[in-house]
Design a protein around this ligand. Structure first.
Ligand SMILES: Nc1ncnc2c1ncn2[C@@H]1O[C@H](COP(=O)(O)OP(=O)(O)OP(=O)(O)O)[C@@H](O)[C@H]1O
Ligand SMILES: [Mg+2]
Length: 168
């Protein structure tokens, strides 16, 4: 598991899909080519919705869509974005799926179902866990966690951008 020190985690509530997209587009302004975002959360939690906001913040104009049998979607933008959805990944597919090439590329890489990526490939990634929150149907708890390297810098920037400690 990722470490859970108070200084490596930042938590926010989102109360609508639009709020999740806005949050993600603000995160996008802090990213540079090569950054890796690992998204976790149940079916329908909002991982694709988050990546839609990320894409708009990166200047991607083509749509970010969800269910498909394609593991990797490449989007051109001011900064290119690889959107990986590993829900259907079989362990044997990893090598041929082009995932490692995506991770070595000069793109921002956002991965849904990132728990299916071998741990070694997730080092230095920013983890984003999206959970259903009890208070309303559209409420989600977003937890951002850093794991060293670039992710520490991104998390610090995010806390500054959104206001450290603020949950609203
Ligand atoms: N606060 C919120 N943040 C994000 N999505 C929300 C929120 N409230 C409601 N939703 C809705 O929840 C759904 C999230 O779907 P989405 O496809 O983003 O989930 P997902 O985590 O990618 O699921 P999957 O594992 O199937 O890929 C959308 O219909 C979205 O409109
Ligand atoms: Mg999805």
């Amino acid at each position: 598991m990722l470490e859970n020190r108070p200084d490596n985690q930042f938590v926010r509530i989102s109360r609508s899909p639009e709020e999740t997209r806005t949050l993600a587009s603000r995160l996008a302004t802090l990213l540079t080519p090569g950054d890796l975002l690992c998204l976790y959360g149940e079916l329908g939690a909002g991982k694709t919705t988050f990546i839609q906001g990320l894409a708009s913040g990166l200047g991607v104009s083509d749509p970010v869509t969800s269910p498909s049998f394609t593991l990797i979607h490449e989007h051109k933008g001011d900064v290119p974005l690889y959107h990986l959805d590993l829900y259907r990944l079989e362990p044997d597919d990893l090598a041929e799926a082009g995932i490692e090439a995506a991770l070595r590329s000069d793109a921002v890489v956002a991965v849904e179902w990132a728990e299916r990526l071998p741990r070694a490939l997730r080092s230095g990634a920013l983890g984003i866990e999206i959970a259903f929150a009890d208070e309303a149907v559209d409420a989600r708890l977003l937890s951002f966690r850093s794991s060293g390297g670039r992710s520490d810098t991104i998390l610090r920037g995010l806390a500054e951008e959104l206001g450290a400690g603020s949950r609203a």
